[in-house]
Design a protein around this ligand. Structure first.
Ligand code: SF4
Ligand code: SF4
Length: 291
């Protein structure tokens, strides 16, 4: 069984993604086992700015389908039952004007309207809603589910992407922000969640929120903070979390540097902290050896 880690940050900015990518790069040669990076930031294309030209990765695009209802208006008696059954506001219905339309962007494919219609005016159609993008070589895989304007299917996309990543011995997951309705789905089967936070008040809020969604081991990484050892000790004991250290990086330096190639990978390599990355890997190896 593999080991799954989710990294999350309430802001999830450039620095956070750079760190995740740096950890991934750092572990490719040190982990002694194939590793995977699962990007569950479904609405964030930032990772696509990373250049992999020299790595000769193969690419695979796997379709994600859902089954959406379609109305055959000539059979519709405008009874309104489907409208009353739909809990997602996906049906526009006006009896007098004889309007009955399904708004696919709101439909969650629950099937309730199909069940409600006694007049066989509704049927299902298979619809491409997105794809799982897999970049791979022998050492690692990078898996990114993407949706085409169908964010009501985010949980489905996450489940599919996880199926493809299930056989990877060590999986690093970029979790979406806690406010996303599909956050729980993304962290539910993780072995460890690592929270990144700039201050202990942000860390506290994030950890409390995380604990309301998920039960398991939590670790903390602070960044650009000047906290004393005592403050950190008190915090990690109060919240029963691990602490991997404080990281230093400056996004401003990177963005304003005219020499920067603007590639996230360059930023990651220059700015992040190898000590913390190695500390996490040591912890993971220890956990896996105990299994
Ligand atoms: S499948 Fe469900 S969400 Fe979609 S229109 Fe029918 S009842 Fe509404
Ligand atoms: S339940 Fe069937 S017949 Fe009634 S309004 Fe909906 S689609 Fe038309």
């Amino acid at each position: 069984m593999g080991y799954k880690i989710a990294l999350l940050d309430s802001h999830a900015g450039v620095g956070f993604k750079a760190f995740v990518f740096y950890v991934f790069q750092n572990w490719i040669n040190k982990a002694n086992k194939p590793i995977g990076l699962l990007n569950l930031h479904l609405d964030d294309a930032l990772l696509s700015t990373i250049s992999f030209e020299d790595l000769q990765l193969s690419t695979e695009l796997l379709p994600i389908y859902s089954y959406l209802p379609v109305v055959e208006i000539e059979h519709c008696t405008f009874c309104g039952k489907c409208f009353n059954y739909c809990a997602f506001g996906a049906i526009v219905f006006h009896k007098d004007s004889k309007i009955m339309t399904i708004m696919e962007q709101n439909c969650s494919a629950c099937g309730a309207c199909l069940y409600a219609c006694n007049d066989r005016a509704l049927s299902e159609k298979k619809k491409l809603i997105g794809r799982v993008n897999i970049l791979r070589n022998e050492q690692f895989q990078i898996i990114s589910p993407q949706l085409d304007d169908f964010f009501q299917f985010a949980k489905l996309a996450i489940r599919m992407a996880k199926q493809y990543s299930n056989s990877i011995p060590l999986l690093l997951t970029i979790a979406p922000s806690l406010s996303k309705p599909y956050f729980s789905e993304s962290v539910m089967d993780m072995d460890l969640c690592i929270v990144m936070a700039k201050s202990l008040s942000v860390a506290k809020n994030t950890i409390l929120e995380l604990k309301s969604h998920w039960v398991g081991n939590i670790a903390l990484i602070t960044y650009n903070s000047d906290l004393s050892d005592n403050e950190i000790d008190d915090f990690i004991h109060s919240f029963e979390v691990l602490y991997f250290g404080n990281m230093h990086f400056s996004i401003a330096d990177w963005i304003t540097n005219p020499e920067s190639s603007k590639l996230l990978s360059d930023f990651a390599l220059v700015q992040t902290d190898e000590v913390i990355s190695n500390r996490i890997l040591d912890y993971v190896n220890q956990q896996m050896n105990q299994r």
